[in-house]
Design a protein around this ligand. Structure first.
Ligand code: MG
Length: 397
């Protein structure tokens, strides 16, 4: 089959706030083929900037848009998807948000190929089985300990056995303030639940500040301390991780969501001393690149975890990436109440089974359906025009 069209849908909530909540808008990508099939993907980056990477005029041989690279190309096998992902990378070599943007098309190509050949994506990318994963409810800290405890209690009531709290006031007050927030999360969740903390890069390159928290949070049974430092502070990560291990502090160091191309993730896995590498399939260039990271993590003995703070379309894409590696047993599961995100897949997406686990679908493609009604409801109309020539105009889904 041939790629006939690539459709772009910029969807957003009516009011966007400055919270660290990626579920407020999205760029959804649809790939249509000449045999009437369609695949869907989602990007995690500024929707309009990514959209531009699909439609902008050529600047020179290394700045050619993604549509130009993909439309009219043949896609019949996994090798074709890998080849086309590379082709988009070559056409857009000097487009700085290329990997974020092409992620949507890459995910959509895997989805449509799966539908074409009647196989789930996890099998197409080389996995032999789809193992169950424990979803952790991924939420932001409340503005204070009382709010945080209330959020944690509601997560426990929703029968999640694991949760991660992040950003918000973490790291903005004293060490005591930070401990009080994590204690509140622990109190609300109960002693048996897995608890993770996402510091949202708040300590920059300050290893001492991060180490103090690691020690304190370990006492509260925190599984990992995520992004205590900025992504590029690889040396500081290594110093932190070495100190945590040397002192026998029982907590993992996690990071990697800022890795927006394979080599960046590889750098962190090789040099930052990570215990968990967290990769966003919608940032790193799609399923093709994320699978490379998962395989490398497996070789290095680092646990791969998805980073996902978008809709269940992204959760679905993420779980296929590491479905077949049994030891990679945790999955980030956005648990906020953004109506955009909850409504984007129909009926909802990746369901938790009676024991609370989730699993990559055996259905062809990603195994989730996109709810066109939600796209219709939340779509922003975009028109990109140069000298009177319309390069792009939003259409109804
Ligand atoms: Mg994070």
């Amino acid at each position: 089959m041939k790629i006939e069209a690539i459709d772009l849908f910029y969807v957003a909530l009516p009011d966007i706030t400055r919270t660290a909540d990626g579920t407020q808008d999205s760029l959804v990508v649809r790939v249509r083929t000449d045999n009437g099939l369609e695949g869907w993907g989602e990007c995690d980056a500024s929707p309009l900037v990514s959209m531009t990477a699909y439609v902008m005029p050529m600047s020179h041989s290394n700045i050619i848009n993604i549509r130009e690279a993909l439309i009219g190309e043949t896609i019949d096998s996994p090798e074709d998807v890998v080849r086309l992902r590379a082709r988009a990378g070559e056409f857009g070599l000097d487009i700085q948000q290329l990997d974020h943007a092409v992620a949507g098309a890459d995910i959509a190509m895997w989805d449509v190929l799966g539908k074409h050949v009647g196989e789930p994506v996890w099998r197409l990318i080389g996995h032999k089985a789809s193992y169950k994963k424990l979803p952790y409810a991924s939420v932001l800290f409340g503005d204070n300990p009382a709010e945080t405890r209330a959020i944690a209690t509601s997560i426990a009531e929703r029968k999640f056995r694991a949760a991660k709290f992040g950003w918000g006031p973490m790291g903005r007050g004293s060490l005591g303030d930070d401990i009080a927030l994590v204690q509140a999360a622990r109190d609300g969740l109960g002693q048996d639940a897995k608890l993770m903390v996402d510091a949202g890069i708040i300590w920059g390159d300050d290893v001492d500040a991060a180490y103090e928290r690691a020690v304190a949070f370990a006492d509260l049974g925190v599984v990992w301390l995520e992004e205590p430092l900025r992504t590029e502070e690889v040396g500081a990560y290594k110093a932190l991780s070495d100190r945590v291990r040397a002192d026998g502090v029982q907590i993992g160091i996690a990071g990697g969501e800022g890795a927006d191309f394979y080599r960046s993730a590889d750098d962190m896995m090789t040099n930052a001393g990570l215990d968990f590498v967290q990769i966003d399939v919608g940032r790193i260039g799609g399923i093709t690149e994320a699978k490379r990271v998962a395989d490398r993590a497996h070789e290095l003995g680092i646990q791969y975890v998805n980073h996902t703070f978008k809709s269940h379309l992204s959760v679905a894409a993420s779980i296929h990436v590491f479905a077949g590696i049994e030891e990679f047993d945790l999955i980030e599961y956005p648990a906020g109440d953004s109506p955009l995100v909850l409504g984007l897949t129909a009926p909802t997406g990746i369901f938790r089974d009676s024991e609370g686990f989730v699993q990559a679908s055996d259905k062809p493609g990603l195994g989730v359906e996109v709810n066109l009604g939600a796209i219709h409801e939340y779509q922003r109309h975009v028109k990109i025009e140069i000298d009177g020539e319309v390069l792009f105009e939003s259409a109804q889904p």
